[in-house]
Design a protein around this ligand. Structure first.
Ligand code: ATP
Ligand code: MG
Length: 556
């Protein structure tokens, strides 16, 4: 943060929005900037919203200004109190705070109503009896002008009377609307007499049944910005075409301030969807378990999956702010998550697809406590003790019959290192009648404790394990992309691109006993990063795989 409200001249703004704001400040257009993040409470926040959140809150903080949280709650048919709470929880989790600067468009309903009357009084708005359908039919196209409504020339007096009666509940839902009187031939369809108010008998989460008419988003948004003295209204590119309407309204109403709107491109991410309409459908049609399903691109889903908020902020910052639309690769996001977790996640051992390994020359009933490092990239992370005994669980695919030479793991006659423990040689395997391996029989070298031998001989492979007598059983949920294609819906209906294998539940996994009260993300060595699920309990552990260790599926 700078110590005054203007940018120091030696600071180069990071992107074109910051550049424009700096120019506005330097030109003296504002002495303190105020931005806002304006979610509609009709769903949960997703990673696309995080781009807008990071921009609005960060710009304000960098310049010693303020950022408001404003709920654009103008459509009670789709909005809900639970979304209002969830959005605030997610914002705090992401690391942003609005203090007392919490606003609702619905706080302005009285004022907006009065301003609608002002427009009518000035012959700049009229009550229209056409249905939504008829209005759409007469809107025209990009090449053809629209048709004026037969009610367009109503007198202000008549419209004022009808508008009051709309508010009074005299007409059915959809029977009348209030429209701005701008220009039915405008090249910008948003200026062809847009609807400002509609009749809707729906209980509002905050105003209850006080109103049966509600302002449209387009009418409420710019005026709410003005009422809150927003200096910079930063929004996504689809609102560029609405700016002339917002400017027209500001021009024609006695608003207390004049916000400036700048647009930037939305975040699009591969193998997922970021449209709220689609996310709502995924939840309502039970394609996922809820808004916080760890496969969802929602902040609640990412949180439940174990993605640290720092990684999300970092990802957004690295992308930067531009006007060009593009698709960001999911692997880029996942790499950012890995980078963060690599620094912070304690190392542990767990076996997802277990097979028993018995060390024939290790004493029965004996348990040793071995030293294990918690995080090789963090010197402060220290060591822990892990139990070792005669019977272990190891990963089924760490054994192979007749393995090729470059296979560095278990096969009969080959020596491998058990991480933090001993060298073992596989001497024999037990198979069931179908020929499936059910148990590995090994011998160990008691001299190799800790992973070295006095003769210094080398083994090429190291595998992870847990002591069978001490292991905790855990369910591990492996997640894959929610969709099978990078751009769902490009070739066919988007819902058909859902990945039927996006969740793979491994019910009987074994993890080391230190994990019985795991709180944060851990790295299971050689497997990936895992986070205790909200469903997890000490005697019924459940872990979500946040992200695998590497991009490719290869081990070793
Ligand atoms: P949708 O269009 O999917 O229904 P929305 O953008 O209308 O979502 P809002 O709650 O109105 O949802 O969004 C609040 C703010 O977040 C808006 O200013 C919007 O521009 C911004 N936003 C939404 N999605 C993205 C995205 N993918 N990238 C960047 N900003 C976004
Ligand atoms: Mg919106």
């Amino acid at each position: 943060m700078t110590d005054n409200n203007t940018l120091r001249t030696d600071e180069t703004p990071r992107d074109f929005i910051r550049e424009k704001i700096a120019a506005d400040l330097n030109a003296g257009l504002n002495d303190r900037i105020v931005t806002r993040f304006p979610p509609e409470p009709n769903g949960y926040l997703h990673i696309g919203h995080a781009k807008s959140i990071c921009l609005n809150f960060s710009v304000a903080e960098e310049l010693g200004g303020a950022c408001n949280l404003r709920f654009d709650d103008t459509n009670p048919a789709r909005e809900d109190e639970s979304f209002i709470r969830a959005i605030q929880d997610d914002l705090r989790w992401l690391g942003f705070n609005w203090g007392a600067r919490l606003f609702y468009a619905s706080d302005n309903f009285d004022q907006l109503y009065e301003w609608a009357r002002t427009l009518i009084g000035n012959n700049l708005a009229y009550v229209d009896d056409l249905s939504a359908e008829e209005i759409r039919e007469r809107r025209g196209t990009l090449t053809e002008p629209g048709q004026p409504s037969p009610y367009r020339d109503r007198t202000p007096e008549e419209s004022l009377d009808l508008f009051a009666r709309m508010r009074g509940g005299e007409f059915d839902d959809g029977a009348k609307v209030l429209r701005a009187k701008i220009d039915m031939a405008s090249g910008n369809i948003n200026l062809r007499d847009p609807v400002l108010y509609r009749i809707m008998r729906a209980s509002h989460p905050r105003t209850g049944d006080t109103w049966c008419i509600y302002p449209t988003y387009d009418f409420a948004h710019g005026q709410s910005d003005a009422i809150e003295h927003i200096t910079h209204s930063l929004c996504t590119l689809e609102f560029e075409d609405h700016r002339p309407l917002y400017d027209w309204l500001i021009e024609n109403l006695p608003v207390p301030a004049r916000p400036r709107q700048y647009e930037f491109s939305r975040l699009n991410l591969g193998y997922t969807v970021l449209s709220k309409r689609r996310l709502i459908q995924l939840v309502e049609d039970d394609h996922v378990t809820g808004w916080d399903d760890p496969r969802m691109p929602t902040l609640a889903g990412l949180r439940r999956r174990g993605v640290p908020p720092e990684a999300i902020r970092d990802f957004i910052n690295r992308l930067g702010i531009t006007k060009s639309d593009g698709l960001v690769e999911m692997s880029y996001f996942e790499n950012t998550i890995r980078e963060h977790l690599n620094q912070t996640a304690p190392r542990r051992m767990g076996v997802i697809d277990p097979i028993k390994l018995v060390i024939e020359n290790y004493p029965e009933g004996k348990t040793e406590e071995l030293d294990a490092t918690n995080n090789p990239t963090d010197a402060h992370a220290g060591m822990r003790k892990i139990p070792f005994s005669r019977e272990l669980w190891v990963e089924r695919d760490d054994y192979m019959d007749d393995a090729p030479k470059k296979f560095r793991r278990l096969t009969i006659g080959r020596e491998v290192r058990l991480r933090f423990a001993y060298y073992v040689i596989c001497t024999n395997v037990i198979k069931d009648p179908d020929g499936n391996v059910t148990e590995l029989r090994c011998t160990y070298d008691p001299e190799s404790r800790g992973g070295d031998t006095p003769d210094g001989r080398k083994v090429r492979g190291t595998i992870h394990w847990v002591s069978a007598a001490n292991a905790k059983t855990a369910e591990i949920r492996l997640y894959d992309h929610l969709f099978t294609t990078e751009e769902p819906g490009k070739e066919r209906d988007w819902i058909e691109d859902l990945n039927p294998n996006s969740l793979n539940v491994c019910e009987t996994c074994y993890v080391e006993p230190t994990l019985v009260d795991a709180q944060g993300v851990v790295q299971f060595e050689r497997l990936g990063y895992f986070f205790p699920d909200a469903d997890s309990a000490p005697n019924a552990l459940v872990f979500n795989r946040t992200v695998s260790l590497r991009d490719s599926k290869s081990k070793d």
